[in-house]
Write a protein that binds this ligand. Structure first.
Ligand SMILES: Cc1cc2nc3c(=O)[nH]c(=O)nc-3n(C[C@H](O)[C@H](O)[C@H](O)COP(=O)(O)OP(=O)(O)OC[C@H]3O[C@@H](n4cnc5c(N)ncnc54)[C@H](O)[C@@H]3O)c2cc1C
Length: 397
């Protein structure tokens, strides 16, 4: 028995951030909309995002905060539905929020507030949402599309693919969007796990065994990118915002550089302390800067023996400062899609209109959100891309 309407104007596959937003916008234009998702509930990634408080946008969102083979692609959609538009929507729904750091806006209460907002907007728009619906096939027919699913078949004029990327398969992530793109001859730019913790080799982990759970402010660099944020030692390697950010730039075998005291020049600082506090031990002043554990670790790793500062010559102390300032590391790998926040790469944007998200060679077929080759930094940028790209499509489907 067909549990779905036989025909609607718009079918959206994927009831995540982008799919629900697009449904609300299209429905509010008077289009009949059906959203289908194979998961048991909608917006699972929204629910788990931002440590349960959903970092739903960033005050400073700009095209520079995104990676893509075509860095210009995101400009139009981001300019036409901005962070201010989404903040206005959050305020319209009376959701309390705050800026945590670096323009990152989080819900005061819980991520569910954002899912509830999207579902309320969908209800107003009379958009139907069906979960636990497996998609069988998608075929073009009579200038539109037929979607075969476990709940039956439905015909539509416009088909929107909003199935996200490959990160966190246990949350329902699949490569479905890429398969549909390939079905219509579109290219997929190489995909990889991004915003993901680094793993380290066993021997290094053994040397760091006292450190899991310890955080330190660093500047992490790889290639041309540099991020001044916290780094966290874990049982498998390294995480924290600085590491997640730089992971998006890292490729196997490359070196990541950490400035372990990004706010000061350690050689100069130690030189000054040698004058002011000559009796102080090196490990004590470094424990004040980092922590006792970290100071002991970094000294041991570099084979530096601690003694009172006055027992170092000025030149020796400058050399110690230089040695302690940076840490060069070749990570063993990353934790992969299992824990990655996003997928780098995706449907090649050359094939997509940046104004409408419609496939240029396939009228009526749209791709929105993370399935596209547009990947944001950590900090609310990925949700803003979901809102902006969904809005662009929602206005025309
Ligand atoms: C742990 C975690 C925390 C994050 N925190 C933040 C944050 O705080 N701020 C931020 O900006 N970004 C964050 N992100 C990234 C953000 O969640 C994504 O970029 C965003 O959800 C992408 O939206 P989307 O709608 O394109 O895809 P998704 O939200 O992934 O939605 C895709 C939907 O498609 C469905 N689907 C997939 N395959 C199929 C199929 N074959 N058939 C039917 N349905 C299918 C899925 O079930 C899902 O509901 C986080 C991600 C993770 C994993």
């Amino acid at each position: 028995m067909n549990e779905l309407p036989q025909q609607v104007d718009v079918v959206i596959i994927g009831a995540g951030a982008a799919g629900l937003m697009c449904a609300a916008v299209a429905g509010q234009r008077g289009r009949s909309v059906l959203v289908l998702d194979h998961a048991n509930k909608v917006g699972k990634k929204i629910l788990m995002s931002g440590g349960g408080r959903c970092n739903f946008t960033n005050l400073y969102t700009a095209p520079d905060n995104y990676y893509s083979e075509n860095p210009h692609f995101c400009k139009s959609a981001l300019a036409r539905y901005t962070q201010w538009d989404f903040i206005a929507l959050v305020e319209k729904h009376g959701i309390p929020y705050h800026e945590k750091t670096l323009g990152q806006l989080f819900c005061d209460n819980k991520s569910k507030d954002i899912v509830d907002l999207l579902l309320a907007e969908c209800r107003t728009a009379k958009a139907q949402v069906r979960t636990r619906c497996s998609i069988g096939s998608v075929q073009g027919r009579q200038g539109g599309y037929v979607v075969e699913s476990s709940l039956g078949a439905v015909q539509c004029e416009s088909l929107v693919i909003a199935t996200g990327g490959l990160s966190i398969p246990t949350m329902g992530a699949t490569g479905f969007g890429y398969d549909i793109a390939r079905q219509y001859g579109l290219r997929i730019t190489p995909t990889r796990a991004a915003l993901v913790p680094f793993t380290q080799h066993k021997r290094q982990l053994e040397r760091q065994r006292e450190l899991p759970g310890t955080a330190i402010a660093v500047s992490a660099s790889c290639g041309a990118g540099s991020f001044h944020e916290q780094m966290l030692f874990t049982h498998r390697g390294l995480s924290g915002p600085a590491v997640l950010q730089v992971s998006s730039l890292w490729r196997e075998g490359e070196t990541v550089s950490f400035d372990l005291a990004p706010d000061r020049n350690l050689a100069d600082w130690l030189g000054g302390l040698r004058q002011d506090k000559p009796e102080a031990h090196l490990h004590t002043v470094l424990a004040g800067l980092w922590s006792k554990k970290l100071a002991a670790h970094f000294l041991a790793e570099r084979g530096i023996e601690s003694r009172p500062l006055k027992r170092f010559s000025a030149a020796e102390l400058a050399e110690v400062g230089e040695k302690l300032q940076t840490w060069q590391l070749v990570p063993a790998g990353t934790e992969g899609y299992r824990t990655a926040e996003v997928t780098l790469g995706g449907v090649d944007t050359d094939a997509i209109s940046s104004r409408t998200m419609e496939c240029k060679s396939q009228p009526g077929l749209y791709f929105i959100g993370e399935v596209l080759d547009v990947t944001g930094w950590l900090g609310g940028y990925n949700f803003q891309w979901a809102w902006s790209s969904a809005h662009a499509a929602g206005e025309v489907v």
